[in-house]
Design a protein around this ligand. Structure first.
Ligand code: NAP
Length: 533
């Protein structure tokens, strides 16, 4: 049985062909439902399509940063490195799309501008900037958490005579920095990955840093076939460990408190995590993200590492973060701090001397002018809500999502929002999303949404939307969980604090296993908290 009526009508429209949209399409196809995917890029991949800056790679290990919906797929695909590069991840996603013949349902170069719910017809009308207009029973937003770039509105930005680039919207062709004076603004995960490689090429690199970042060496290496074979012999075991872990990947969490351990034991634990490399550092102690005192011990360890790597003590001090470790997302790097020992690299502390304007020749801070040939904005994203807000989404009685979320996003379980029937949001605010491993998080939503549609079809039900009360309770719960951690203690994009004027609300939900349990429980109780008719 299909809900579809006419050829331009679909059972579901999915907006976005990144990790989330692709697995959603798979789940709908499997059920014989008609689906159409609109993707604004001229290729699939979403975030991994746009973020092709030098050094871009995942920082969850490749073997876990992949789909699990097909055992054949996970057995066949061979990752070449511990942390896959952006080109390899894009090759993987293109392979998936071809292998399962998804491409025929994906329309590229199609930017969705509006999605409006028609109550009488109980259908969504979706329009693109290119003139498409289709209708669907279900509208599924797979628009990504980090897909709407944030470029600060610096005075004089338009006057710059050189090239400007944003890490989140990087040109497809190789950018050659050789012989150039380059400025990078921003030292989050993207800047930390790009800076060492740009420094190797540029005549001179100026790094304009507002907040120093904690970063752990990736210790990336080729993935030995024997290691892959061992994992593939029992892939389910790795997936299970990931699903049971707070962050949705196997962080090898130490259940002890950092404060229970003696100084020597703590140093040994941190040193072991530093040596292993990558985000395993998060798992060093249970209370790292909840106790300031515990966190301070990790912070001091990481600052000592910076002092040990960076030769100039003044530069080392300027690179040393003061916020809680993990409050802003931990970065993972290859040679980041070492880069500041190069003679062609200058760190500019724009907290001490803020950027006042971009000029025709470069950039001016309060104290100095910098002549530049290129400026790289590694200034991040209007995270979690930016891509949704770029679409005019209208629910019952024409209410706009932008209006409803003016004081911050409000969802039930991150997948639905009251007043917007049959609208599903994948990895939306209020779900673990960016505080977990994005790929399993997206798959969990694809599975949950498709089972919900099954439930409705079997019962001849037509409409589902969160009840306001359930939504209010969920929003409070998400906030309560965040309030018990150190996350609200700094200005991170998790809180929307990186975008001037954005409401300060903690958006993701911490705790992948508890979240999955709650979603399963809601489903088992006939979609408790949703109005379903
Ligand atoms: P980000 O973490 O938001 O970092 C943006 C940087 O730009 C920050 O250093 C920020 O400083 C700075 N900045 C913003 N506005 C500024 C202004 N007006 N003046 C000066 N500096 C300014 O963005 P991102 O590095 O693109 O990373 C975003 C997220 O994407 C990451 O946290 C991660 O979840 C994901 N990501 C993952 C990977 C990976 O898997 N390896 C790689 C890249 C990104 P403040 O801190 O002071 O605001």
């Amino acid at each position: 049985m299909s809900f579809a009526a006419k050829p331009r009508d679909f059972d579901a429209v999915i907006i976005g062909a990144g990790f989330a949209g692709i697995c959603m399409l798979h789940r709908l196809r499997e059920r014989g439902l008609s689906a159409k995917v609109f993707e604004r890029g001229n290729g699939v991949g979403g975030t991994w399509f746009w973020n092709c800056y030098p050094g871009a790679r995942c920082d969850v290990e490749s073997m876990e940063y992949s789909y699990q919906f097909s055992e054949e797929l996970q057995q066949e695909w061979e990752w070449t490195e511990r942390f896959a590069t952006q080109p390899e991840i894009l090759r993987y996603l293109n392979h998936v799309v071809d292998r399962f013949d998804f491409r025929r349902d994906i329309q590229l170069n199609a930017r969705v501008t509006s999605a409006a719910y028609d109550e009488a017809a109980n259908r969504w009308t979706i329009r693109t900037a290119e003139g498409d207009c289709v209708s669907a029973k279900f509208c599924i937003m797979a628009t990504g958490c980090l897909s709407s770039t944030n470029t600060p509105k610096f005075k004089g930005l338009e006057s710059f005579a050189g090239a400007t680039l944003h890490t989140g919207d990087w040109p497809r062709e190789r950018v050659d920095f050789s012989g150039k004076r380059v400025g990078v603004i921003g030292t989050g995960s993207s800047g930390v990955q790009a800076i060492p490689l740009i420094a190797e090429e540029a005549r001179h690199l100026f790094v304009f840093q507002r907040t120093p970042a904690y970063s752990i060496p990736a210790r990336n290496h080729p993935l030995a076939p024997s290691v892959q074979q061992r994992i593939k012999a029992d892939y389910a075991d790795l997936r299970r460990r990931g699903a049971q872990s707070l962050l949705g990947w196997d962080a090898r969490l130490n259940e002890r408190s950092a404060l229970e351990a003696g100084e020597e034991e703590r140093q040994a634990e941190y040193e072991a995590r530093w040596t292993t490399g990558g985000l395993f550092f998060y798992g060093a102690y249970l209370d790292l993200l909840s106790s300031k005192e515990a966190n301070d011990t990790a912070a001091e360890f990481l600052r000592a590492k910076i002092r040990g790597i960076v030769h100039d003590p003044v530069v080392a001090e300027a690179l040393s973060p003061r916020q809680a470790v993990g409050c802003k997302r931990l970065c993972v790097d290859t040679g980041y701090f070492e880069t500041f020992n190069r003679r062609n690299v200058t760190l500019v502390d724009v907290r001490k001397s803020p950027i006042e304007e971009i000029t025709e020749q470069g950039l001016r801070t309060r104290d100095k002018r910098y002549e530049l040939d290129s400026i790289v904005f590694a200034t991040g994203f209007d995270a979690m809500t930016g891509a949704l807000m770029s679409i005019d989404i209208r629910g019952r009685a024409g209410i706009s999502l932008e209006g409803k979320w003016a004081e911050g996003p409000r969802t039930y379980l991150g997948v639905g929002t009251a007043g917007f029937p049959n609208l599903f949001i994948m990895t939306g605010p209020g779900s673990p999303s960016v505080l977990s491993n994005m790929v399993p998080a997206a798959e969990q939503h694809a599975n949950w949404i498709s089972r919900c549609i099954d439930y409705m079809r079997v019962r001849g039900m037509e409409r589902i939307e969160p009840a306001v009360e359930a939504e209010n309770q969920w929003v409070s719960h998400v906030n309560d969980v965040a309030a018990a951690t150190l996350f609200p203690s700094c200005n991170s994009w998790y809180l929307g604090a990186n975008v001037p004027g954005k409401p300060r609300v903690f958006m993701p939900y911490l705790g992948f296993p508890a979240y999955v349990e709650k979603c399963d429980e809601v489903a088992a109780r006939g979609y408790e908290g949703f109005t379903i008719t």
